[in-house]
Design a binder for this molecule. Structure first.
Ligand SMILES: NC(=O)c1ccc[n+]([C@@H]2O[C@H](COP(=O)([O-])OP(=O)(O)OC[C@H]3O[C@@H](n4cnc5c(N)ncnc54)[C@H](OP(=O)(O)O)[C@@H]3O)[C@@H](O)[C@H]2O)c1
Length: 233
């Protein structure tokens, strides 16, 4: 699929990595539907980019852990433009040892990192059309292959999304492809920030290349593309 002229829905658009995806999609000529939660300031700044690239954009503020909000989001998208690309990037990320884990923490992590992505996919497929060409990209995390201590809930939420990616690829074939991009640490926690600028550039670039590759290759589906640069947490 050619990116130019398509409409891409991107969740977590105000995120450090996801904002770079928005920019890349706009520069490649896609109209952007940017969904964010609380960071209106960053959303305000980001709005200038699609405009600068000469594409249309729609910014929607919504808490995607509430299923009724997902339906409302798609009612707005329906009035804007029929989408062909969905990028599920919204997530929460926390290091939480076992003795700090609460039922609320587990529920919130799964609600945004897994459930919201699945419900977004469901509504997206309804609107895009199961027989029309479309691309779904889930942003997961290479942490699912490393299993570092302290991330049991976050890792499990991303592992669940990777499994669903493979299943949905079969369910939605042949018109709709479903893939995941699994980055390593790009934006490091503050206490280990040495060399962050170059690492950030390289890590983001790998994700953007993978997004382009998935969208432009109609036969790639059910894949988890690990773009981790190296090392453990
Ligand atoms: N950046 C990295 O180093 C890295 C590494 C590996 C994997 N990843 C994965 O890549 C994806 C993008 O990362 P990122 O760095 O852009 O993430 P980020 O900076 O942590 O941003 C998270 C995004 O999710 C949104 N969000 C959080 N809770 C939400 C809710 N209840 N409803 C709707 N939106 C919600 C936030 O909205 P507001 O800010 O507006 O509240 C924000 O836009 C994530 O899935 C992450 O797990 C990132």
């Amino acid at each position: 699929m050619d990116i130019k002229g398509k409409t891409a829905v991107i969740t977590g658009a105000t995120g450090k990595l996801a904002a770079a995806i928005v920019l890349a999609m706009a520069k490649a000529g896609a109209n952007c539907v940017c969904i964010y939660h609380k960071n209106s300031k960053k959303a305000g700044r980001l709005k200038a980019e699609p405009k600068r690239a000469g594409v249309k954009s729609l910014f929607i503020k919504a808490d995607l852990t509430k299923p009724q909000n997902i339906e409302k989001v798609f009612a707005k998208i329906r009035d804007f433009s029929k989408p062909q690309i969905l990028i599920n990037a919204a997530a929460v990320f926390d290091k939480k040892p076992l003795n700090k884990i609460t039922p609320e923490y587990i529920k919130n992590t799964l609600d945004i990192n897994f459930t919201a992505a699945i419900l977004m996919t469901k509504e997206f497929v309804k609107l895009a059309g199961k027989k029309k060409k479309a691309k779904i990209i889930n942003i997961t995390d290479a942490i699912t292959e490393k299993q570092p201590a302290g991330f049991s809930v976050y890792s499990a939420s991303k592992a669940a999304l990777e499994t669903a990616t493979k299943t949905l690829a079969k369910e939605l074939a042949p018109s709709i492809t479903v893939n995941a991009i699994s980055p390593g640490i790009i934006h490091k926690p503050k206490k280990i920030t040495a060399k962050i600028a170059t690492e950030k550039t390289a890590g983001v670039k790998k994700v953007l290349n993978a997004v382009k590759f998935i969208i432009e290759n109609d036969s790639v589906t059910g894949q988890i593309i690990n773009v981790d640069r190296s090392g453990d947490l």
